[in-house]
Design a protein around this ligand. Structure first.
Ligand code: ADP
Length: 269
């Protein structure tokens, strides 16, 4: 499977000079669901911001469909049509006064026709189930609704790759379920989906592929089952090995079954 987005030996530090990404080489497979997994502060968001061209590496390169990113206005505008990011905090992303104005912001900047913009806004709001809130001031929405507005804004760009930084942070259990279902649906419609999380069970339940980060480096990049076979990597990254998978493995050893069944749903929190 070819990578739609890649980093090669990417190094990055913020103003304070500390190395936040250290020689990060990684790939996002096209059409799959990839999780960037790691404890807080391991560099997940920083890596995501590199894939999206928001940050530029100090060393190394980032490419989309094997073409190195161009960081001029034209290059970034073109990238944003293909790779969109939903920030962890919707308030970093929502600027317009009403829901539909906010969702229309990206398509307007692409210079699309009025009809095309209206259609995209309608479809995006329908996807996130916010049609009836289209004229609502963004200030009057709940946190979960603002998160969905931010997602609609990304979807209205009709990107090939949708990235979501901690998409379930701050949501209740029902909303977490809805957000993950929605991401599955979008993936079935052909979008490559990437999320950042520190939640191994969510990764196990949802992802096809994983990039495991620890202290700015990549400990593992490959399919999720391969990672779960390597318990020591999760320990090294200071993440908890999923209890369900452990139980499955023990059952497997006892019964001698060849397949390790995946859990069908997450345990109640
Ligand atoms: P994660 O997403 O895994 O929690 P981040 O990429 O947000 O990790 O952060 C990695 C490191 O970079 C952390 O030490 C964090 O404090 C630092 N960092 C993140 N954003 C900034 C910033 N804007 N300025 C300075 N340091 C930052």
């Amino acid at each position: 499977m070819s990578s739609i987005l890649e980093t090669k030996n990417v190094a990055f530090s913020y103003e304070n000079g500390e190395d936040v990404l250290k020689e990060v080489s990684s790939g996002i497979p096209e059409g799959k669901k990839t999780v960037i997994l790691g404890p807080n502060g391991s560099g997940k968001s920083t890596l995501m911001l590199h894939y999206n061209g928001v940050l530029k590496p100090k060393k190394g390169s980032v490419s989309f469909r094997r073409e190195p990113l161009r960081y001029d206005r034209k290059g970034l505008t073109s990238l944003r049509q293909n790779v969109c990011l939903m920030f962890q905090n919707p308030d970093d992303q929502i600027f317009a006064a009403t829901v539909e104005e906010d969702v229309a912001f990206g398509p307007l900047n692409l210079g699309l026709s009025r009809d095309e913009i209206e259609m995209r806004v309608y479809e995006a709001l329908e996807t996130v189930d916010l049609i009836k809130y289209r004229e609502r001031p963004t200030q009057q929405l709940s946190f979960g609704q603002r998160k969905r507005v931010a997602l609609a804004g990304a979807l209205a760009m009709n990107p090939e790759v949708l990235m979501m930084d901690e998409p379930t942070a701050g949501l209740d259990a029902q909303m977490v379920h809805e957000m993950m279902e929605l991401s599955e649906e979008l993936n079935h419609k052909g979008k490559t989906i990437v999320i950042c999380t520190h939640d191994v069970e969510m990764a196990y339940e949802w992802a096809d592929d994983v990039i495991l980060m620890y202290e700015g480096g990549v400990l593992y990049n490959g399919d999720i089952d391969g990672l779960l076979e390597r318990e020591e990597l999760l320990h090294r990254s200071r993440l908890k090995y999923p209890t369900i998978y452990k139980l499955n493995r023990q059952m497997h050893i006892r019964t001698g079954e060849h397949e390790l069944p995946r859990p069908q749903s997450l345990p109640e929190c």
